[in-house]
Design a protein around this ligand. Structure first.
Ligand SMILES: [Zn+2]
Ligand SMILES: [Zn+2]
Length: 382
């Protein structure tokens, strides 16, 4: 049976957002809609319904809204399969998808983000599908930072909780832009402006974001036939740069030196990209797109004087795609890379004129060479 109110989903809306709007427009809280109208039990609350396909939910939504199940499924994150990842993993972390960290009925993680300016200007507020993706950190319309928690109570965004604890006879306010915990408007009391020192660096990232939303090749410079190859490489590249051993031995310092971006990790360096706070992901993405903007020269610039090399890509969960692999083997293999005799002598002279003792280690560092190879070469030279 059709519900009295059955608003159409927006084209880019997330399933859980649409379901919550249906509930609120019918004067119900989500839990009441699930139970009384859709005939679902409370286990639905411990599911991430945007990832996890619940046949009963889709069937009852089809019957109560008139929208076909195919159209309903398009609101799920599984629609990104084949583009950003081969398969969305249902029961554990899925690459590029922000984890909700559902524990009983509450969400521990900041797994949904939103644009305060989009909310401020639209009467009907809804959550976009791309706001669950970890690489989406800016609003391409308002060129501002997205937010990952309530500006009043700092709790994660959880619109499905609107009205939890109230009886089903209390009429909810029909607004997805209110915090599910403190019910204050999510678009007030916060600034989402990009810090001025980063504005210039956002260009490359915004081009990528725009191409992604338009379904176009996201990093055209790489000339990849499939988006998946771009995203797989992006993941491997980010993972290699964030690896503690390399990150703390020059990579972080070089990023700061060349871009002015200081990536300070508040969660610890072992944490994956998807689990980091939005401010940190924003900085990492700016650095990565600064690199990709002049590929591969800037990766080599970043590696200069550090131990970041081919080994940074070893033992990662997957091997790099071809576009990245060729660069790694051609330019980042420090075990075979060898500076010329003249280069080594120049480095030695340079160090001495700058009152630095030209030890093998220092020379190898300046020559971007493996220490052992450098030692052997210096022996033959002296
Ligand atoms: Zn916006
Ligand atoms: Zn709040």
């Amino acid at each position: 049976m059709l519900l009295p109110m059955h608003p159409k989903p927006f084209e880019n809306e997330l399933l859980s957002s649409w379901v919550t709007r249906i509930a609120l427009e019918n004067g119900l809280y989500t839990h009441a809609l699930y139970k009384s109208c859709l005939g679902l039990d409370s286990s639905i609350f411990i599911r991430d319904i945007d990832k996890f396909f619940v046949p009963n939910l889709v069937d009852s939504l089809e019957q109560s809204t008139g929208l076909t199940s195919d159209k309903i499924k398009k609101l799920m994150l599984t629609g990104f399969e084949g583009r950003i990842t081969e398969k969305i993993i249902i029961n554990s972390a899925s690459r590029w998808i922000l984890p909700l960290g559902i524990y009983h009925r509450t969400r521990k993680n900041k797994g949904v983000v939103y644009c305060p300016q989009c909310f401020a200007e639209t009467p009907v507020k809804y959550y976009k599908r791309i706001w669950r993706l970890s690489f989406v950190v800016m609003c391409e319309k308002h060129l501002c930072l997205l937010r990952d928690c309530c500006p009043h109570c700092e709790r994660p965004i959880d619109y499905q909780r609107l009205g939890i604890g109230k009886t089903q006879f209390e009429t909810p306010s029909n607004d997805l832009g209110l915090c599910g915990s403190c019910t204050l408007p999510l678009w007030t009391n916060c600034s989402s402006e990009i810090p001025s020192e980063y504005i210039e660096l956002t260009g490359a990232y915004l081009s990528f974001l725009k191409a992604f939303t338009l379904n176009q090749p996201c990093i055209p410079l790489l000339k990849q036939p499939m988006e998946l190859q771009e995203f797989n490489g992006l993941w491997v590249l980010i993972s290699s740069i964030l690896r503690k051993h390399y990150f703390n031995s020059g990579v972080r310092a070089n990023i700061l030196k060349f871009t002015g971006i200081d990536i300070h990790s508040s969660t610890g360096t072992h944490v994956s990209f998807d689990q980091r706070p939005i401010e940190e992901r924003f900085k990492i993405l700016l650095a990565i797109f600064w690199i990709l903007d002049k590929w591969p020269d800037r990766l080599l610039q970043l590696a200069g004087g550090t131990i970041y090399s081919k080994s940074a890509f070893k033992d990662l969960s997957e091997s790099p795609p071809f576009w990245l692999n060729t660069v790694i083997h051609r330019h980042l293999d420090k075990t075979i890379y060898s500076a010329t005799d003249d280069e080594l002598l120049n480095i030695e002279n340079y160090l001495m004129t700058h009152s630095i003792v030209p030890t093998t280690k220092t020379i190898a560092l300046f020559a971007n060479m493996n220490k052992g190879t450098c030692r052997d070469k210096l022996k033959t030279l002296r």
